[in-house]
Design a protein. Structure first.
Length: 187
């Protein structure tokens, strides 16, 4: 479920039924794509994988907090790894799962990094500040798509290069401060 719903976006924009739900859903999805990676989540990023028979091992650059018996969702690690898997063995910097490989594969890098997500204990759709931040980002995306002159608000009517810049997240940082992941605050 999107952090910002089509109905909320439609109401905020005041567009009635002028635009199809699918068009507005694209904007809601884009808002999620901008905001969700910044929020705290039980997510780690494998940098390599290898296989011995049907046992696949994912390797990490940092210690991981997953445990044997835990179900995790693996993405962007190749079709034989992707999906919901149960961890069968774990160390500080790796864990193993059963895969559909039939041959051995040496450890090799995953580029770009994969994504492993464990069980989440928070529902961001229930956090009013996060929902409002998502709505604000969706409105900015919509305005950048549809406003004449790129949505410029300056007196000389020149297009603003700032609407979709890093300032997009800065506009909602106060709303999201309580939920930002330390991993997203580099720099």
């Amino acid at each position: 479920m999107s952090l910002c719903t089509v109905a909320e976006l439609r109401s905020t924009l005041g567009v009635g039924t002028l635009y199809a739900d699918a068009t507005l859903q694209e904007v809601c999805d884009a808002s999620d794509a901008v905001l969700l990676p910044m929020l705290w989540a039980n997510t780690q990023y494998p940098v390599a994988h290898g296989n011995t028979g049907t046992v696949g091992t994912l390797y990490f650059d940092v210690p991981v907090n997953f445990y044997v018996g835990q179900s995790v969702v693996i993405a962007n690690c190749g079709t034989k790894y992707n999906g919901t898997k149960t961890i069968t063995a774990a160390t500080d910097y790796s864990f193993s799962v059963t895969t559909t490989h039939t041959s051995d594969t040496v450890r090799h890098p995953i580029t770009p990094y994969g994504i492993v997500t464990g069980e989440s204990y928070i529902d961001w759709t229930a956090d009013a500040a996060i929902q409002n931040a998502a709505l604000m980002i969706a409105v900015e995306i919509w305005q950048a798509r549809t406003a004449t002159l790129g949505g410029a608000n300056v007196a000389d009517f020149q297009p603003s290069p700032w609407r979709m810049s890093a300032n997009l997240l800065a506009k909602v940082r106060g709303l999201t401060a309580h939920a930002l992941s330390p991993n997203s605050q580099v720099g």
